[in-house]
Write a protein that binds this ligand. Structure first.
Ligand code: TRP
Length: 446
């Protein structure tokens, strides 16, 4: 069984070493696991909550896309996309907003911090608080639930948001699932060792503290940043305490246990801070040098990055579009045109087991195949007219089925083209069982 891992990165800044160690590097390592089905995306709708500078949003999306690819993300294996290329996400956000308790969102740390600050300053509690900030956790829940992620690797500051996604998903399941788990409830994953790196001054590395080490600046910029790491005033020759030095903590995040033991011993023996900084610089330059070259090559080819991300969006939407259809159906947003089209004569048994339901949407005509219990077996692509859709349903009942498993879903092809997709399954076994059921439902009757 594959595990779906999903994480987003907000596109407001330029990635720094803390983002790399805390999110990007572990995510890329995890995506290489053959059991992993990774969804990584640029959270550019989230970025709009924090930033009203279009130029910065644009630059940051490009830099972050280039960073993930330069660091070794394989966009063919993982699904890599921009949140804003998936219109199903804001639509799902609304469905979730309607079941999210206001009281739950009142307790969100980021919102509460703004309120506390206002109260302290004697301002209106909600001064400067946008609905975007307030609803931030609902948008994030939609990101996660849209793709039924099992695991969500994030920094500690995001744990509460993932818990809220679980709460909201659970509530939706309860209200509309009819006993079925519409949404998988996600689990948070924190890399214990390196989840938050200290910055130059020892506080958490963060752009808002202006204490970051750039990830893909030049080697000189890296060296200069390392030189600015604050240390205590112990002179060369005096023993240093590695456990009270954030320079050592930074070193730890990028070294093997042997390297750490050796560095620890050297510091205890009185290694000068200047030397220690040189060791850290070399370690970082060694880890990042090649990726830095790739990054600078990528960033000069924005059109290629655009293509890669659009392919990723199409891949993500192959899941999001049919799933959102199911969710709309579940809450009662159903087409008036939906009408039962009983399968043709001589197939009474098949007709009882499964029925085609055709309907019209903005982009054309589609059909669903529902089993006897009304569960969706298939959702078709959009056809130009009802006649084309009808011909396909006829052929599916008379020709040998050409089914293709594609990760957590399967498709049905005619003349080599996918004409309909199954819902998503959480295990391969469930998917294979559904393929079997479909074959039985559509088998030509004697
Ligand atoms: N809020 C996250 C952050 O600032 C980014 C994010 C948006 C995210 N949507 C997500 C992370 C979904 C994990 C899953 O770090």
């Amino acid at each position: 069984m594959t595990t779906r891992i999903l994480t987003g990165i907000t596109t407001t800044g330029t990635p720094h070493l803390g983002n790399y160690a805390g999110a990007i590097r572990p995510a890329i390592v995890a995506s290489r696991d053959p059991q992993a089905d990774s969804f990584y995306f640029l959270a550019d709708y989230h970025a709009l909550i924090k930033c009203d500078d279009p130029a910065r949003i644009q630059r940051s999306r490009l830099e972050i896309a280039a960073t993930w690819l330069a660091c070794g993300l394989d966009a063919d294996k993982a699904t890599f996309y921009r949140q804003s290329d998936i219109p199903e996400i804001p639509e799902l956000t609304w469905l979730l907003t309607c079941v999210s308790a206001k009281g739950l969102l009142n307790r969100a740390h980021a919102y509460k911090a703004s309120v506390d600050k206002n109260v302290e300053a004697g301002e209106d509690p909600d001064a400067g608080v946008t609905m975007g900030l307030y609803s931030y956790p609902v948008l994030m829940a939609a990101d996660i639930l849209m793709f039924n992620a099992h695991k969500v690797p994030v920094g500690r500051d995001q744990i509460q948001h993932v818990e809220m996604a679980r709460d909201i998903g659970q509530r939706f399941n309860h209200l509309f699932g009819n006993g079925k788990e519409l949404f998988t409830l996600p689990e948070v994953v924190i890399e214990e060792d390196v989840a938050t790196l200290p910055g130059l001054d020892g506080r958490k590395m963060s752009k808002s503290y202006d204490n970051t080490i750039p990830l893909f600046g030049t080697a000189k910029q890296l060296k200069d940043a390392v030189a600015r790491i604050v240390t205590d005033s112990r002179a060369p020759g005096e023993p240093k305490d590695p456990d009270n030095s954030h320079l050592f903590t930074l070193y730890q995040a990028f070294s093997t246990h042997e390297q750490q033991a050796a560095f620890r011993a050297e510091l205890r023996d009185g290694l000068a801070w200047g030397e220690a900084k040189q060791r850290l610089f070399e370690l970082l330059d060694n880890e990042l040098g090649e990726a830095r070259e790739r990054y600078h090559a990528l960033i000069t080819r924005p059109a290629d990055l655009e293509d890669i991300l659009l392919v990723g969006a199409a891949k993500a939407r192959r899941i999001a579009t049919p799933f959102l259809g199911e969710l709309r159906e579940a809450v009662g947003l159903r087409s008036f045109r939906e009408q039962v089209q009983v399968a043709s004569e001589g197939k009474k048994k098949a007709a009882k087991a499964a029925r085609f339901v055709s309907f019209r949407e903005d982009d054309g005509f589609r059909f669903r195949l529902l089993d006897a219990a009304g569960e969706q077996l298939l959702l078709s692509i959009a056809f130009a007219d009802g006649k084309a859709a009808g011909q396909v349903t006829k052929r599916l009942q008379s020709e040998e089925l050409d089914l293709h498993a594609e990760r957590s879903i399967f498709s049905v092809r005619l003349d080599g083209e996918a004409v309909a997709y199954s819902p998503e399954f959480s295990t391969d076994a469930e998917r294979d069982a559904a393929m079997q059921r479909l074959r039985e439902a559509l088998a030509p009757q004697e």
